[in-house]
Write a protein that binds this ligand. Sequence first.
Ligand SMILES: [Zn+2]
Length: 113
Amino acid sequence: MNTNCTYQTLSFDDGFGYIVMCERCRCIQLGLGCAQFHFDELDFRKFCTTVGEIYKESASQVSSDRATILLSSSFPSISLHLTIPEVEILHWMIEEADTTLTTNSLISLFSQH
Ligand SMILES: [Zn+2]
């Protein structure tokens, strides 16, 4: 993370948050409300998996209006409390970010040849 970072938007939801990635150092930033989280690519993949699992669980918990996402190991004391609709938006954003990441890596793969 430095001032030379050049961010590309991977996903954006007006009013909820954004996911951006630096084209130089490949660090990933997730912004939700007033909070900002930083990941490297590997941690982001783990976070995506966690959100995916919570999303699947929340789908079967129609009666509960709260779900909890525990964020990355580097800050064990920080946890995010999201409602199920918020988990759905976050899941959608992560899917979109993942698609963009995959598309980008395919493009760079082909442009090398
Ligand atoms: Zn950077």
